[in-house]
Design a protein around this ligand. Structure first.
Ligand code: SF4
Length: 349
């Protein structure tokens, strides 16, 4: 079993010492993609935005009338940036980067959010900042990213825009979008809503943030997070049951579950890793993140005001290796920095 740091240098970018493979999956991908999933062309379901129940918050907000629920956005589609992003797992960035579209607002609202500028968690902000666009313009942004050489379309925090993302994806597929689509989510999702994406999403990239109910409530005000997120991940794995990588080691289909290790929460992290490996084994990839960065809102928090120590992270990686995890990613040092957060200036939209 290989340890962190045992991988050949080319896997570690010279400037950004980011993700590396936990085991040797990059060397010899076991699957070669031959066809994409069948393109879904069914009528888009209608959503009642006068009584929004899109996500487990079940706010019942009348978004159609301009009101907002927990996610802080009305019915309009608001996004903050579309561009090529290098800071993702190596199987998602290809040669030019992942085509990331950052959506404004969020249904999680973690107190330590790195994207607090656009998530809507900043106190006093009326609406999260971003550019209002139509579903047609979103669809065109997808196609522009493909023209720029994006390895995939990476939908970042998409949950509360499902009603617009579905038609935008179907239009883009019809107009020539052929790269994989990645659904990058907190996993605080309804499995029933995810079923609507069956056949449209190629790679699911959910977080699994907390095992503990107390942590989920304290840090994200998200009751029943673990049972909700684990049911959502089960639906994602049902849709994408095996990892599929091309000859260059790029993921064309599959599920990568991310876990951001938080300072002082080693036991919770171990429970997450144990759960994922016992339930899914090597059906999924597990990505263990060390990039936790204290944001201004938690500078005085007794636990969240510091970064993860190298020792804490190494012990967690050792635990994953001892479990037998082979399909995984770990991060090399130097990733806890605000400088890795993109500029949210509406570019690319
Ligand atoms: S999508 Fe937003 S408004 Fe709708 S239930 Fe979720 S948090 Fe509430």
């Amino acid at each position: 079993m290989c340890r962190k740091g045992a991988w050949p240098e080319p896997l570690i970018p010279a400037v950004w010492r980011g993700f590396i493979y936990l085991a040797g999956a990059s060397a010899e991908p076991s699957w070669i993609l031959e066809t994409y999933q069948t393109i879904k062309m069914t009528p888009t379901p209608t959503f009642d935005l006068t009584n929004c129940m899109l996500c487990p918050r079940n706010c019942g907000a009348n978004r159609a009338a301009g009101h907002v629920g927990y996610c802080r956005v009305p019915a309009q589609l608001i996004a903050a940036r579309a561009g090529l992003l290098q800071y993702e797992e190596p199987c998602l960035i290809g040669s030019k980067g992942s085509g990331a579209v950052f959506f404004s607002g969020c249904n999680m609202g973690c107190i330590f959010c790195q994207n607090h500028e656009i998530s809507g968690t900043d106190p006093g902000a009326a609406l999260p900042p971003g550019k209002e666009i139509t579903t047609q313009e979103l669809s065109q942004a997808f196609l522009r990213l493909q023209e720029q050489g994006a390895a995939n379309i990476n939908l970042v925090t998409p949950t509360h825009y499902l009603h617009q993302i579905l038609p935008a994806l179907e239009t883009a597929r019809r107009d020539g979008l052929s790269i994989p689509v990645v659904y990058n989510t907190s996993a605080y999702e309804k499995a029933s809503m995810l079923r609507l994406l069956d056949g449209l999403i190629d790679v699911y990239l959910p977080d699994l943030k907390y095992y503990s109910e107390a942590l989920a409530v304290e840090y994200s005000r998200a009751p029943h997070y673990f049972e909700t997120a684990s049911a959502a991940i089960a639906e994602m794995v049902r849709q994408c049951p095996e990892p599929v990588l091309d000859a260059d080691g790029q993921m064309k289909r599959g599920v990568i579950v991310r876990h951001l290790a938080l300072p002082g929460q080693a036991e919770d992290s171990r429970r997450i890793l144990r759960y994922l490996y016992e339930v899914y084994g090597d059906q999924i990839y597990i990505s263990i993140l060390n990039q936790y960065t204290p944001m201004p809102a938690v500078k005085k928090h007794p636990l969240l005001s510091r970064t993860l120590t190298e020792e804490e992270y190494d012990q967690l990686v050792d635990y994953a290796l001892a479990l037998g995890v082979e399909n995984g990613f770990i991060q090399e040092g130097g990733t806890a920095s605000e400088s890795f957060i993109p500029v949210f200036d509406g570019s690319g939209l």
